[in-house]
Design a protein around this ligand. Structure first.
Ligand code: GUN
Ligand code: ZN
Length: 440
C-alpha cells in the first residue's frame, strides 16, 4: 500500500458534471492492489478523517501540491507530432501537403518506435495518462506504439488506419498478407490479427480505425463494421463533420446515406465505444443518432481553431444529449497540454455558439478532460477519476510553478477560481509529476 498527502481533486459520479468536483484542501490518497493485482485507489478523503485508519502506512507528504486524476485525451495522431503548426487553408490541403507525406515515413519500424517514444514521453510530461490515438496505415506503426505503451504500463488505445482509396499509394493499405485477395481484405485481416495480439494485453486496447469515410471503399467500411460486431469491447475511432469540403466530398461518395454521420451508421460503425472526432457541422438528427447509438464525440478545440474548421456546438450537444469529451487532436491540434485544450474549449464555448453567451464552467472543462472523457470511452470508474476502485493514474500539480501562477492561485477564493486560474495559466510547468498505476 502507498499513501500520499496533499490537496486532492476528484469527481462525484452522481452529480451534474458542472458541479461534480470534490476538493480536499488537505487530503489522503491510499493506493493498493485490486483482485487482478492492479494498483487502484483504496481510500480517499480528508487527512484528518483517514489518518487514524492508515496510521501504520508511510505517508508521502506533498505540501502545497494538488493531486488530480490523470488527463484522458480522446483523440490524437501519434504520427503527427512533426506536423504540429503546419498552416493550411483548411483540412484537405493540410492532409495532402503536410500530414500524408509525414505519415508515409511510418512504414519504417524504427521511425515509428522513435515517434512513439517521443509521443508517450510527451503525454506523460503533460499529465495525460490515457489516450485514444491514431497510428498510420502501416502495421509496423501499430506494433511500435503498443510495444512502447506496454513498457510504460499505460492505458493507451490505437489501431491500424484503414484507408484503401483517395490517398497517396504509399499510404493505402498494402495487399501483402498471405491469404488476402486484395488490400482491403488484407487491412481487415491485419486489424483482426492486431486485435488478437494487443487488445486487452496489460492495459492496452485496440480501436478499429477507418480514417474517415472518403478514404475507405464501401467494402472496407462494411468489413470494419463486421469486425466491430464481432468485437463489441474493441473501440472504433474516426472523423466526422469537421470541414465543409470534407463533408461535401463524403456526401458525394456515399449519396445513399442520409448524412455524413449516417454513412458510419449504415456500415455498423456507430455504437458504444465509437469515438468520432470533431462533430462540428451536425444537425439535430445527427446529434440524436449519436445519443441513440451511444457513440461519443471527441471535441478538438485547438485543432478546429487552427485549421479554421468551425466551432463545436456545446449547447446543441447538451440539448439533444450525446456524450463528448476533450481531445488534443495533435497534430491538427496545436498543443499536447490539457490546460491549453481546456482553455480553447472555454473560448469556443463563449464565442462560437449558435446561442450567444454560453460558457463552460471550470469544473465542466476539467471533467470533460478526465472523468467525462473516460465515460465516453466506456471506462467510467476505471480511469479519469480518483474514487475508490479507480486505477491509480494521477498528476501532482504545483500551483506555484511560475510566478504568475503562484500570484494568481494564491488569490483564488473558491474551487472554481483555483481551477480556472490553472486552466488559463497552466501548461507542462504546472505538472510536477505524472504517476501511472503499477501492476503489483
Ligand atoms: N480527417 C481525416 N484525417 C484527418 C487527420 O489526420 N486530422 C484531422 N484533423 N482530420 C482528419
Ligand atoms: Zn484527427
Amino acid at each position: 500500500m502507498k499513501a500520499y498527502r496533499a490537496a486532492i481533486l476528484r469527481f462525484a459520479t452522481d452529480r451534474d458534471p458542472g458541479q461534480s468536483a470534490i476538493y480536499e484542501s488537505d487530503g489522503l490518497l491510499v493506493l493498493g492492489p485490486n483482485a487482478q493485482g492492479r494498483e487502484v485507489v483504496q481510500a480517499v478523503g480528508p487527512w484528518h478523517e483517514l489518518r487514524a485508519r492508515f496510521s501504520d502506512l508511510d505517508v508521502t507528504h506533498w505540501p502545497g501540491r494538488l493531486i488530480a486524476p490523470g488527463f484522458v485525451d480522446l483523440h490524437s495522431h501519434y504520427p503527427q507530432t512533426n506536423v504540429i503548426g503546419s498552416p493550411a487553408e483548411g483540412l484537405l490541403p493540410w492532409l495532402e501537403n503536410y500530414t500524408f507525406p509525414e505519415e508515409k515515413r511510418f512504414a519504417s519500424p524504427d521511425y515509428s518506435t522513435e515517434a512513439a517514444q517521443f509521443f508517450i514521453a510527451e503525454l506523460l510530461r503533460q499529465g495525460v495518462t490515457t489516450a485514444l490515438t491514431f497510428a498510420t496505415s502501416h502495421p509496423a506503426s501499430v506494433q511500435a506504439f503498443f510495444a512502447e505503451a506496454q513498457k510504460h504500463h499505460m492505458r493507451l488505445i490505437t489501431g491500424l488506419c484503414l484507408m484503401d482509396r483517395h490517398a497517396p499509394a504509399e499510404l493505402l493499405n498494402q495487399p501483402s498478407m498471405r491469404g488476402a485477395s486484395d488490400a482491403t481484405e488484407q487491412s481487415l485481416l491485419a486489424s483482426e490479427a492486431l486485435i488478437q495480439r494487443w487488445h486487452g494485453v496489460d492495459r492496452l486496447g485496440y480501436a478499429i480505425t477507418p480514417r474517415f469515410a472518403p478514404t475507405s471503399s464501401n467494402a472496407q467500411l462494411r468489413g470494419a463494421g463486421e469486425l466491430a460486431a464481432r468485437h463489441p469491447d474493441v473501440w472504433i475511432q474516426s472523423h466526422v463533420a469537421e470541414n465543409h469540403e470534407e463533408i461535401a466530398w463524403a456526401r458525394d461518395l456515399f449519396p445513399a446515406s442520409d448524412s455524413y454521420l449516417s454513412t458510419y451508421a449504415d456500415f455498423g460503425l456507430l455504437r458504444e465505444r465509437a469515438i468520432y472526432a470533431h462533430c462540428i457541422h451536425f444537425d439535430d438528427a445527427d446529434r440524436a443518432m449519436m445519443r441513440d447509438t451511444g457513440a461519443a464525440g471527441a471535441v478538438c478545440p485547438t485543432s478546429n481553431l487552427f485549421l479554421g474548421s468551425g466551432f463545436f456546438d456545446y449547447a446543441g450537444a447538451d440539448r439533444v444529449g450525446f456524450q463528448y469529451g476533450l481531445a488534443s487532436d495533435v497534430g491538427g491540434g496545436t498543443s499536447f497540454s490539457p490546460f491549453h485544450t481546456m482553455l480553447a474549449a472555454y473560448t469556443v464555448g463563449r464565442e462560437g455558439q449558435t446561442k450567444p453567451g454560453l460558457s463552460l464552467s471550470p469544473q465542466q472543462l476539467w471533467w470533460q478532460h478526465t472523468a467525462g472523457a473516460a465515460q465516453a470511452l466506456g471506462l467510467a470508474g476505471v480511469v479519469g477519476n480518483l474514487q475508490v476502485g479507480c486505477e491509480a493514474d494521477f498528476v501532482v500539480l504545483n500551483p506555484q510553478a511560475t510566478p504568475l501562477l503562484a500570484r494568481r492561485t494564491a488569490l483564488a477564493e473558491s474551487l472554481d477560481e483555483l481551477l480556472f486560474a490553472m486552466i488559463v495559466l497552466g501548461d507542462d510547468r504546472l505538472v510536477e509529476r505524472t504517476i501511472i498505476s503499477q501492476a503489483i
